[in-house]
Structure formats: structure tokens, C-alpha cells
Design a binder for this molecule. Structure first.
Ligand code: SF4
Length: 475
């Protein structure tokens, strides 16, 4: 239903995103769908006609947060009767009709498999004046075929697969996102080419387990081949991917990373625990020595690679000795950074019913020790870059909000966050600069040596800020 009729203001929307990169990318699709249907993004500080919550079921207290946010919106909705509220994402897929029972002022509930139905459901709810709840058990259309409103003019997510065939006992993703579905390489590469034609220079290939990509169509080396094929796309300067899985990580992928110049020297590979006993209980079918072996081979092939990870502390049954093994692996791995999480029960996961849940005070104490170690190592690794020359892709946003010098910020090739001295670069430009200061979580490069302009001098019309680390754990 297009609403750009003469004299009729288009309805405005706001998408509020929780959770992982999958959700961030899904939100771009939700925005794209709404814009294709005639909606426009609500200006800041205005009351949107449609608010979409793209939810996450992975985080602790996700339910409480959602219902709290819905409650906050109720008075606004009462004051603006035409306003509509939609809830999608993993929590919607999990809670289904419960959402409109607990919050009857919600107009639409849609799931992870039918994002494309949102505009129709909103319209139906308006016409019928009744909440619409529609969830599917399997994927209807591969999401990347839906329109997308990208948050960045220069960087883009590209889905290569959705769903997951693993059964990690702490994770609810497989039951909400379904079995892995792989997109065909030709479709992916066409999308990448179209993005590059549109000015994108950095893409991140996205899947719950990129290393099992190709399993659905029976090609074991499909992910390595995909990386190499991305290397043949003129104008594509940076290729990243998330998430790899240590179980399926094969040497052909390391070779492809090392031999494809536009594949960046960075790897975010979840460890989760350094204890083999805990990994087994998590149903993570690799062991610490395999994990460290992959890192050795990555570093042998790409000595400048920055490696980051995810770690869960306090998984049920984790002993002091198990935790000590995690610290040992962290010391050996020398991560450039880590997303660290205190285990908490996620309803619907096998681990939630396991005996020997670790007391929260013990989890918190271990967590503190882990964070200190991770930060200490990351800082040491960052300090080793003092004086190094980096190539930084300037990101959207205005740099550090607390900084009166209005620094620019961006990502180095190895994905480290770098704050730059004020210069006349714009988002999308590539700045070569020397590192003058190192902190645990970022670098400062005040010695700007060169700016490679990729942008017209008028600021690009983009939204969003990409300067932060990815917000949540992968898998
Ligand atoms: S943690 Fe990742 S690999 Fe494990 S089941 Fe969840 S999505 Fe799959």
C-alpha cells in the first residue's frame, strides 16, 4: 500500500533493534520493506506512526525489557490513536500470541521467517482494527531478496545463510531460526556486485556458522570459494565475515583468507570455554587444542591478524579448574578483544535445566577476573602497535561523543577501532595514519599521513553510527 498520495503525508516509522548482527541486518530489511511500502523514517524527536521492535531472545531478561518498553509506549499510543506497534524477531518467534495477551495494544506480531509480511500485516491491522499475529515455522523467502535500507553508504551486511544445524546447549537460535539454509553463491555474488556498484567498499558475510556454508548444496569448500570469488570483485576493498565455528573451520578457509587481498586480517571466532569438559557440556564439538591450533595456523598465514572471541563464564557445572583452563587458553590465544558473558539461564535451552548451576556471586567473581585478563592482553597487543601505520576506513558518526576535538573514528584493516585526529576526511574515506596512543579497546592515530577520498565533498546522506564494536556475542 503506497501512501505517497498528493496531500497525504507518508506514515513514519522507527525500528528499534536488540541483539546480534543478524538482527541489525534484519532491521535494515524491515526499514527497506517499510520504505518500499511508502513509509519514511521518523525524524529524531518525533512520534513515529509505526514503531517496530526487532527483538532478541538470547539476552537475559529479554522478555522483561520488551514488555517494559511496550508499557512505556502505551501512553504515547493512547495519545496518538493512529500509531501502530509491531514486534518481530526471535522473542516474537518464541512468545507468539503471548505478546498480544500481555500487551493487547500491540498491533502486529511477526516472526523470523516472515519479515516480508510486515507491511501487509500493518495494513491489515489498520483496516480490521485488530491485532495480527502471523508466524511461520520455516523460511518463506530468503531475506536477502527483500528490499533493504542500509545503515551505511560504504559498508553492508550480506547474508549467506540463515539458521543453524548445531545444538549448543546454551543457545535458543536453532529453535527460533530453524535449520541452516544456504544461499547460492551466484545470488550472493550478484548482491555483492550490486552493493559495490552502489558505492559499498566493505561487506561482512553473515551466517550463524559461515564455515558450514555449502552443506545444504553439498559443496564442502563453498565458503573458501566464496571468499576467493569476493576477491575478484573490482572496487570491493574489504571483506569480513561472522561467525565462524571452530568445529567446521578448515585450512582451505585460512588459505583463502591469506591469499585474497581484500579479505581482512581479522577473525572473530567464539571460544565459549577453554575447558574441554565444559565444551562437551555445551555440545560444542571442538576442544581447546583444536581451537588454539586454528589460531596458530591463522597467525602463520596472516601474522598481522587480530583475533577476537566470545566467552561464557559460569556455565552449569563449571569448576574453578575449568575456569582456570579458560584463563589458560585466553593467555595462549592473546586475543585482541573478547565479548565476555556471565552465564544466565535462557528459558527453552537445555542448559537452563542442567544441575550444578554456578552461584551468581561465583560467576561474577570469575567474570571480573576474566575481563581483567582479556583487557590486560588486549592492551598489551594494542601497545605493540604504537608507531604503526594503519589504513582506517572512516565510519559514519562524529567520533567520540565525549571528545571536544570531534575526532573521526573508523576501523583498521584488522577491525581495531581507531580514533583519528580531526582532518577533512569524511565517512567512507580511507585515512592512513600513525598510531600515537593505545588503550585496551581502541587506538588513537593523531598522525594523519594521507587521506584517500572516496566521497564527494558534501557529507554523505547516511544514517547510523558504526564506530562501536559489534554489540553482542555471535556463536
Ligand atoms: S551458539 Fe551458534 S553454533 Fe551454537 S547453536 Fe547457537 S547459533 Fe548455532
Amino acid at each position: 500500500m503506497h501512501r505517497s498520495l498528493v496531500g497525504v503525508s507518508p506514515r513514519t516509522y522507527d525500528v528499534r533493534t536488540y541483539g546480534c548482527q543478524m538482527n541489525v541486518h534484519d532491521s535494515e530489511r524491515i526499514a527497506g520493506l517499510l520504505e518500499a511500502a511508502g513509509y519514511v523514517k521518523a525524524p529524531d524527536d518525533s512520534t513515529p506512526d509505526v514503531v517496530v521492535f526487532n527483538t532478541c531472545a538470547v539476552r537475559e531478561n529479554a522478555d522483561n525489557r520488551l514488555y517494559g518498553n511496550l508499557g512505556h509506549l502505551l501512553p504515547t499510543k493512547k495519545a496518538n490513536p493512529g500509531m501502530q506497534i509491531a514486534v518481530g524477531g526471535c522473542l516474537a518467534q518464541k512468545d507468539r500470541g503471548t505478546i498480544v495477551e500481555r500487551a493487547p495494544w500491540v498491533d502486529v506480531v511477526f516472526g523470523t521467517h516472515n519479515v516480508g509480511a510486515l507491511p501487509t500485516l500493518l495494513e491489515r491491522a489498520r483496516v480490521e482494527q485488530e491485532s495480527q499475529v502471523e508466524l511461520l515455522e520455516a523460511l518463506e523467502v530468503f531475506p536477502s531478496t527483500l528490499p533493504t535500507r542500509r545503515e551505511s553508504a560504504y559498508r553492508a551486511w550480506v547474508s549467506i545463510s540463515v539458521g543453524c544445524n548445531n545444538t549448543c546447549t546454551f543457545c535458543i537460535v536453532p529453535s527460533l531460526r530453524g535449520k541452516e539454509r544456504d544461499r547460492r553463491p551466484g545470488d550472493i555474488l550478484r548482491e555483492v556486485q550490486a552493493l559495490v556498484d552502489d558505492g559499498v567498499i566493505e561487506i561482512t558475510l553473515l551466517g550463524q556458522n559461515v564455515n558450514s556454508y555449502g552443506a545444504e548444496f553439498g559443496q564442502r569448500d563453498a565458503f573458501a570459494q566464496l571468499l576467493r570469488a569476493c576477491g575478484d570483485i573490482d572496487g570491493l576493498e574489504r571483506v569480513r565475515f561472522t561467525s565462524p565455528h571452530p568445529r567446521d573451520f578448515t585450512d582451505d578457509v585460512i588459505d583463502a583468507m591469506a591469499e585474497t587481498p581484500n579479505v581482512m586480517p581479522s577473525l572473530h571466532m567464539p571460544l565459549q570455554s577453554g575447558s574441554d569438559r565444559v565444551l562437551k557440556a555445551m555440545r560444542r564439538s571442538y576442544r581447546a587444542d583444536r581451537y588454539l591450533g586454528i589460531l596458530d595456523r591463522v597467525r602463520a598465514a596472516m601474522p598481522d591478524a587480530a583475533i577476537t572471541t566470545d566467552i561464557i563464564v559460569g556455565f552449569p557445572g563449571e569448576t574453578d579448574d575449568d575456569f582456570a583452563q579458560t584463563l589458560d587458553v585466553v593467555r595462549a590465544a592473546r586475543f585482541a578483544g573478547a565479548f565476555t558473558f556471565q552465564y544466565s539461564k535462557r528459558p527453552g535451552t537445555p542448559a537452563a535445566d542442567m544441575p550444578d548451576q554456578v552461584p551468581p556471586t561465583v560467576v561474577a567473581e570469575r567474570y571480573q577476573r576474566l575481563v581483567e585478563l582479556v583487557d590486560d592482553i588486549a592492551w598489551t597487543e594494542n601497545k605493540a602497535l604504537h608507531g604503526a601505520t594503519l589504513e582506517v576506513l572512516v565510519a559514519e558518526g562524529e567520533g567520540r561523543k565525549d571528545d571536544a576535538t570531534h575526532r573521526l573514528s573508523g576501523r583498521a584493516r584488522d577491525n581495531r577501532l581507531v580514533h583519528l585526529a580531526a582532518c577533512d576526511a569524511l565517512p567512507g574515506d580511507v585515512v592512513t595514519a600513525r598510531v600515537t596512543y593505545a588503550a585496551p579497546h581502541h587506538l588513537v592515530a593523531d598522525d594523519v599521513l594521507a587521506v584517500r577520498r572516496r566521497t564527494p565533498r558534501a557529507p554523505a546522506q547516511t544514517a547510523g553510527v558504526f564506530v562501536g564494536l559489534p554489540s553482542l556475542r555471535t556463536c
